[in-house]
Design a protein around this ligand. Structure first.
Ligand code: AMP
Length: 216
């Protein structure tokens, strides 16, 4: 089962991806997580992308495609995967299609997370992330039990550099201009399912229902 979760930053893709991973036992491939790990490690890739990410712009396509090619070759991807935050523009979607053709693979569904921008701003500016296990919290809707501490692994919570208010607006503009056109792109390929993402629990249940129907 190969899935793409498509939607604006803060739309709940990461949270839903984790639930899908637990339900269907397939890995999440989050280009954002992989890139942030590289930045934390301060390796060559991390140094190259740090400033771009801090600004909330997109990392060059060739870098992202290298990451994807390497990752999907790994053993844990043989039964499928969940792309979270990839593809981010038409160029990446075309490269993915080409890659899949070479590998004789195909995407089963693209789930588009529909959510108003006003809601996203509330979510992103209050989001805190665990440094250790990358679980997301929201200081208003889903606060941790203990301040600045992850309920699951006791890791330290932090605010992503790109969740600061001045960057959020730019990320939403990047989304509207570069990523949102993928909705039409995948609709035309008959892969698109639009999901109401106002509540992440409902978004997960809606996706689960569609995927369970796939095997009937
Ligand atoms: P995310 O965690 O998906 O919100 O991604 C955080 C940041 O990583 C983005 O703002 C981009 O700078 C970069 N990034 C993640 N995925 C991609 C991608 N597929 N293409 C280009 N840049 C990406």
């Amino acid at each position: 089962m190969k899935l793409i979760l498509l939607g604006p930053p803060g739309g709940g893709k990461g949270t839903v991806a984790k639930k899908l991973r637990a339900e269907f036992n397939i890995p999440i491939i989050s280009t954002g997580v992989i890139l942030r790990e590289a930045v934390d490690k301060k390796n060559k890739l991390g140094i190259e992308v740090e400033n771009i990410m801090r600004k909330g712009s997109l990392v060059p396509d060739h870098i992202v495609m290298e990451i994807i090619k390497e990752r999907i070759k790994q053993e844990d991807c043989k039964n499928g995967y969940i792309f979270d935050g990839f593809p981010r523009n038409i160029e990446q979607a075309n490269s993915l299609e080409k890659l899949n053709k070479e590998l004789n693979e195909y995407i089963d569904y693209v789930f588009y997370f529909e959510i108003p921008f006003s809601e996203i701003i509330k979510r992103l500016s209050n989001r805190r992330v665990c440094r250790k296990c990358s679980t997301n919290y929201n200081l208003v809707f889903n606060p941790p039990k203990k301040d600045n501490t992850c309920d699951i692994c006791n890791g330290e919570l932090y605010q992503r550099e790109d969740d600061k208010e001045e960057t959020i607006q730019h990320r939403l503009e990047v989304f509207a201009k570069q990523t949102a056109p993928l909705k039409k792109y995948y609709k035309e390929k008959k892969l698109l399912k639009v999901i109401d993402a106002n509540l992440s629990k409902n978004a997960f249940l809606a996706i689960k229902k569609i995927l369970q129907g796939m095997h009937k």
